[in-house]
Design a binder for this molecule. Structure first.
Ligand SMILES: NC(=O)c1ccc[n+]([C@@H]2O[C@H](COP(=O)([O-])OP(=O)(O)OC[C@H]3O[C@@H](n4cnc5c(N)ncnc54)[C@H](OP(=O)(O)O)[C@@H]3O)[C@@H](O)[C@H]2O)c1
Length: 323
């Protein structure tokens, strides 16, 4: 029997698709005795999962509940295979991306403040804001009170599982989409990351949906902010370290760009951090992948991987192969 340890908080019905050949072992975050298991499904909260790991023995395979697995290799070491939950959070993360772009361009955070103040006439401030952000000071009548996404040039950095679903959700907006991944390819055209700096000046919206790795660390730094259009919107749906936080704060405080970030570095963002008070910034607390379907989707992906593992077929979502 293959012994599979999983977070005890998960309802058993979510594991009903697991192969019959496995023994399911619920693991609590407070476990105080060692446990022999073959496969570990860690709690999606790294701080909780890190507490469990020292009590586990014999783990050969980790099936993560998240697409991003950057904290796991340093915890489990190189002799364990790690698979992510590729595909499980595509809908929620792509919807967050679309929502954050539209919320920003439609000035929803600003109108939320207007509502709090109970002052309808504040709506004209949107026009001043538009002129200041974009540098477009033409007398526009009626005054600008929201912007359009349709027809804009959007740079999509990361054209993997979620990036492709973001593209599908953006299709009705008839965008000029500039796709970027590690390597270039055609049909559809994808640019290599080496071209990033030459593409940034063209983009009105820049979406980040790459994994957090040594190569993507500070992918967007002072140089890239300098290359952005006045008023460009940076959307970070990926991971905090992909953006240089100090450079982001500087670009926002200078009134050069707008941003929507679901992820930050550090995370959680501490009280009093300069990002909290930056202008033109929408922050959500790393909820892009969250939805009522989160665990069900992640367990569906894990079950499929376990069926392959037992049948000795190649695993599909390997992010680290055991050495
Ligand atoms: N905010 C949230 O709650 C949330 C939720 C889910 C996921 N995420 C983040 O989103 C990331 C992407 O997820 P996914 O499922 O789409 O992953 P994926 O299918 O592995 O796709 C990753 C994409 O990033 C590209 N990439 C990797 N390294 C790169 C580099 N150094 N430079 C440029 N591009 C690079 C890949 O290029 P190639 O195609 O050339 O390989 C690929 O297009 C996850 O790792 C996670 O960190 C965040």
């Amino acid at each position: 029997m293959l012994r599979v340890g999983y977070p005890a908080v998960l309802p058993a019905e979510l594991l009903s698709g697991f192969p019959k050949e496995v023994e399911l072992i619920p693991l609590t975050n407070e476990m105080d005795q060692t446990m022999d298991i073959d496969v570990w499904i860690p709690d999606p909260y790294p701080t909780r999962a890190r507490k469990v790991w020292p009590n586990l023995r014999g783990v050969r395979l980790v099936l993560a509940m998240l697409a991003g697995t950057e904290w796991i290799p340093e915890v489990v070491g190189p002799h364990v295979t790690i698979c992510n939950a590729k595909g499980a959070h595509n809908v929620s993360t792509a919807e967050w991306t679309l929502a954050s772009i539209l919320a920003t361009l439609k000035y929803f955070p600003f109108y939320g403040q207007m509502q709090q103040a109970g002052l309808w006439k504040l709506r004209y401030k949107a026009s001043e804001h538009y002129a200041a952000m974009t540098g477009d000071t033409r007398p526009i009548y009626p005054p600008v009170m929201l912007e359009e996404l349709t027809g804009k040039t959007v740079l999509l950095a990361g054209y993997g599982s979620i990036g492709k679903d973001i593209e599908k959700m953006l299709e009705p907006f008839h965008l000029n989409l500039l796709r970027v991944a590690r390597s270039a390819r055609s049909d559809p055209k994808v640019h290599a990351i080496a071209e990033l700096d030459s593409l940034i000046p063209q983009a009105e919206v820049i979406i980040l949906i790459v994994p957090s790795t040594a190569e993507t660390r500070s992918l967007i730094g002072p140089r890239q902010f300098g290359l952005m259009q006045q008023g460009a919107l940076l959307v970070n749906a990926a991971r905090g370290p992909v953006v240089d936080t100090d450079a982001l704060v500087a670009a926002l405080q200078a009134g050069k760009i707008r941003a929507a970030v679901d992820v930050t570095e550090p995370e959680p963002l501490p009280e009093g951090h300069p990002l909290w008070s930056c202008p033109n910034l929408l922050i959500t607390p790393h909820i892009g992948g969250s939805s009522p379907h989160f665990s069900r989707n992640a367990m569906r992906v894990a079950a499929a991987e376990l069926h392959r593992y037992i049948a000795a077929e190649p695993l599909q979502n390997v992010v680290q192969a055991a050495v």
